[in-house]
Design a protein around this ligand. Structure first.
Ligand code: ADP
Ligand code: MG
Length: 199
């Protein structure tokens, strides 16, 4: 079973990984966007870890809804409300249980990813974070490490796609040949989940 400490670990491992990869995320956002994806997420996850230290929520749902709220209020770019919605909706689906199973987490994350698709209007193939998140949620029924692999492959698979949502869609066909920054950071989020689970 997964308790609040597990979810706190997921968020702190994500924050560390975003710090480490911030330059790369921003570099990916430079040819097809406005070169701020790394700094956006760094600001957001720094706020997440600070809030989690201050408020210490004691349920998985409480950890994720607090994290989601921080992302929405501190990240200016499109990715803030989208990641914020992902974590808030996932947290809400977990309710106020003190511990949840991996299956419950997989179901809750699916609700979270669905909420991101409703909010942003993207579906698989549009070259967004959805292209990493949907295969990850599909693979989560197998294992955390299968989800990590699926997310990484999903991020790489955005390279030949033309972006159809968000800022990268403004450059039209010129987005082809560039890996999507948000799909790349989603792969970091899923890798952090596997790391938090010790896989
Ligand atoms: P901004 O585009 O406002 O500068 P970021 O650079 O932080 O925001 O994030 C860009 C990422 O957000 C993209 O790489 C993409 O994965 C994701 N994104 C943008 N718009 C959407 C959308 N409508 N649906 C899903 N993901 C989106
Ligand atoms: Mg940007």
């Amino acid at each position: 079973m997964l308790d609040a400490d597990f979810f706190r670990r997921w968020m702190t491992v994500t924050a560390a990984s975003v710090d480490r990869e911030a330059e790369r995320l921003t570099a990916l956002d430079s040819p097809i966007g406005d070169a701020d994806h790394g700094s956006n997420l760094q600001r957001g996850f720094t706020a997440v870890t600070a809030a989690l230290e201050k408020e210490t929520p004691d349920t998985p749902g409480g950890v994720l809804t607090l994290a989601g709220r921080q992302l929405i209020s501190t990240v200016g770019g499109a990715s803030g409300p989208l990641y914020g919605t992902l974590l808030r909706r996932t947290g809400k689906a977990l309710g106020d249980a003190a511990e949840v199973s991996a299956d419950q987490l997989a179901q809750a994350l699916r609700a979270g990813v669905d909420a991101v698709m409703t909010l942003g209007g993207a579906t698989p193939g549009d070259a967004t974070m959805i292209d990493a998140l949907v295969p990850a949620v599909d693979a989560l029924g197998t294992s955390f490490s299968a989800a990590r692999t699926a997310a990484e492959e999903g991020a790489v698979a955005t390279t030949p796609m033309q972006a159809r949502k968000g800022r990268a869609s403004y450059v039209g066909e010129r987005s082809i040949g560039h890996q999507d920054p948000g799909a790349t950071s989603s792969a970091l989020l899923v890798a952090a989940l596997a790391e938090a689970a010790g896989e």
